[in-house]
Design a protein around this ligand. Structure first.
Ligand code: FAD
Ligand code: NAD
Length: 403
C-alpha cells in the first residue's frame, strides 16, 4: 500500500512543532514526512530584535534543523515558490514535490501598506540575513561618521516605524546598544537620536495602559523620542516623511527600521486560498476551507477570538500550539481514525522585553514589570527551545543571565 506523503512547508515554530510531534505519532510504515525550509537552520523569530540591534549574536538565535528532527524525516533545503492545491503540488526553486497532506507554516512578511520607499530604503526585522544587515548598517553609520570631514549628524539618527511589540522590543535593545557603539566609535551620545514613530494614539495599542506607560517611560529615560499619533507616509534615501494632524514633516535619518506590522506569506496569497493579507481563516481543525488535505498554521493562518470577534494577533505562542493540534489531526487522518481536534488557543500571557534587563507583561492575568518580567521573558524564550529541541537545546542556546 502506498504511504501518504506529508509535506510541511517552513521550519519555524509551527512547522517544527508539527514535525517533531508527527514523527512520534505516526510510524515509519504509516507515512512519509518531508520538511521544506529555505535554510538548513531554524531561527528564533522572537529573538530577532536582539540580533538586529547587535545585543545578541545571530548564531545564538539559530540552530540546525537536523539536530531536532528524526532521521526518518526527509529534509529539503529549498525555497517554496508556489503551492498548486488543485494538483497537490509544491513548486520549489530547485524542483517539485507532490503531497497527500500539506502543512503550510511559512510565517509572515512585513506589511508595508503600499507606503512609498519602504521596500527600497527601510530595514526589516524579519530573518537572520535581515538582522545581520541591520546590525551592520547601524555600525557602519557610526564608523562612517568618524571618517567624515563635514560630519552629518543625521547619519546617527535611527527611526523605528511602529511602536507595536516588535518596535518596542527593538528599541529596548537599541537603547542599550547605542551607548556601547558611542564608546567604541568615540561619538558623543548627544549626537545620536532614536525616534519611534507610531500612528496610533498610544504605543502598544490594545495593551494594558499601565504597562505601556512603564515601557514608554523606561525607553524615554534611555533617550528614545516618541512621536505618537504620527504616521510614516514615505521613506526616502535620506529618511522619512511623517504626518500628524495633516501636518507633514521630514525627518532625516541614516537608518529607518520598519516594524509596523506583518501579513501572511505571499506564497499563500498566490496559491488561491481565500485570504486576508496572506492569512487564511482556517476551520477549527486548522484545515483551509475547501481543502481537506491542507493545514495552515502560524502567521499564515487567521483565527478569530470569539470574545471580541477580532482575529488573534499572530504569535509564536499560537503557532506552537497549532503545531501540536495539527500533528494530532494529521495522525488521525493518516491512521483513518477520522477524529479531528478543534483548535482553541490557550493564551498564557504576553511579555515584551525592554532590553536584556527589563520587560513588561501579563502572565496568567498578573501584571509584571522590571526584573521579574525580564526573568519571565527569558523563561518563555527557553521554553520555546525546550518544546522543540528538549533540554539539550536549552543548554546549548538558552538564556541564563537572569539578573
Ligand atoms: P516562523 O517562525 O517565522 O517560521 C517560518 C519559516 O518559514 C522560517 O524558517 C522561514 O525561513 C521559512 N520560510 C519562509 N518563506 C519560505 C519559503 N518561501 N520557502 C521555504 N521556507 C520559507 N510571538 C510571541 O508569541 N512571543 C514573542 O515574544 C514574540 N516576539 C517576537 C519578536 C520579534 C522581533 C518578531 C518579529 C516576532 C515576534 N513574535 C512573538 C511573533 C512570532 O515570531 C511569530 O508569530 C512566529 O514566528 C510565527 O511562527 P510561524 O511558524 O508561523 O513562522
Ligand atoms: P503590530 O501590528 O503589533 O504593530 C505595528 C504597529 O505599527 C502598530 O502599533 C501600528 O499602529 C503601527 N503602524 C502601522 N502603520 C504605521 C505607520 N504608517 N506609521 C507609524 N506607525 C504605524 O506589529 P508587530 O509589532 O510587528 O508585531 C507582529 C506580531 O508579532 C503581533 O501579533 C505581535 O503581537 C507579535 N509580537 C509579539 C511580541 C511579544 O509577545 N513579546 C513581540 C513582537 C511581536
Amino acid at each position: 500500500m502506498n504511504k501518504p506523503k506529508v509535506v510541511v512547508l517552513g521550519a519555524g515554530y509551527g512547522g517544527l512543532i508539527t514535525v517533531t510531534r508527527l514523527q512520534k505519532l505516526v510510524g515509519v510504515n504509516e507515512a512519509d514526512i518531508t520538511l521544506v525550509n529555505k535554510n538548513d537552520y531554524h531561527y528564533e523569530t522572537t529573538w530577532l530584535h536582539e540580533a538586529s540591534a547587535g545585543t545578541l549574536h545571530h548564531d545564538k538565535c539559530r540552530y540546525q534543523i537536523k539536530d531536532v528532527i528524526s532521521s526518518r524525516v526527509n529534509f529539503v533545503q529549498d525555497t517554496v515558490t508556489s503551492i498548486k492545491p488543485e494538483e497537490k503540488k509544491i513548486v520549489l526553486e530547485k524542483g517539485e514535490l507532490d503531497y497527500d497532506y500539506l502543512v503550510v507554516s511559512l510565517g509572515s512578511q512585513p506589511e508595508t501598506f503600499g507606503i512609498q520607499g519602504l521596500k527600497e530604503y527601510a530595514f526589516g526585522i524579519t530573518n537572520i540575513n535581515a538582522a545581520r544587515q541591520l546590525r551592520e548598517h547601524i555600525e557602519l553609520q557610526f564608523a562612517t561618521y568618524q571618517t567624515e570631514e563635514n560630519k552629518q549628524d543625521d547619519r546617527l539618527t535611527i527611526v523605528v516605524g511602529g511602536a507595536g511589540f516588535t518596535g518596542i522590543e527593538f528599541l529596548g535593545e537599541l537603547s542599550n546598544r547605542v551607548p556601547k557603539l558611542c564608546r567604541e566609535y568615540d561619538i558623543d551620545p548627544k549626537k545620536v537620536r532614536i525616534i519611534c514613530v507610531e500612528a496610533a494614539p498610544t504605543a502598544l495599542p490594545g495593551f494594558d495602559a499601565e504597562l505601556v506607560e512603564y515601557a514608554v517611560s523606561h525607553l524615554e529615560r534611555k533617550g528614545v523620542e516618541f512621536k505618537i499619533g504620527t504616521a510614516i507616509k514615505e521613506c526616502t534615501e535620506d529618511g522619512i516623511v511623517v504626518a500628524k494632524d495633516d501636518v507633514m514633516e521630514e525627518i532625516k535619518a541614516g537608518t529607518v527600521v520598519w516594524a509596523a506590522g506583518v501579513r501572511g506569506n505571499s506564497v499563500v496569497e498566490e496559491a488561491g486560498f481565500e485570504n486576508m493579507r496572506g492569512r487564511v481563516k482556517v476551520n477549527p481543525d486548522l484545515r483551509a476551507p475547501g481543502h481537506n488535505e491542507v493545514f495552515i498554521i502560524g502567521d499564515c493562518s487567521l483565527i478569530i477570538n470569539e470574545e471580541i470577534n477580532r482575529p488573534y494577533p499572530p504569535t509564536a505562542q499560537i503557532a506552537m500550539q497549532q503545531g501540536e493540534t495539527c500533528a494530532k489531526n494529521l495522525a488521525s487522518l493518516i491512521k483513518g481514525q477520522g477524529e479531528m481536534e478543534g483548535f482553541k488557543p490557550d493564551i498564557k500571557g504576553t511579555v515584551a522585553s525592554l532590553g536584556e534587563d527589563d520587560a513588561v507583561g501579563t502572565v496568567f492575568g498578573k501584571k509584571l514589570v522590571g526584573t521579574k518580567a525580564s526573568f519571565m521573558k527569558k523563561m518563555i524564550d527557553n521554553r520555546a527551545l525546550f518544546m522543540v529541541g528538549g533540554p539539550g537545546m536549552v543548554m546549548k542556546k538558552g538564556k541564563f543571565k537572569f539578573f
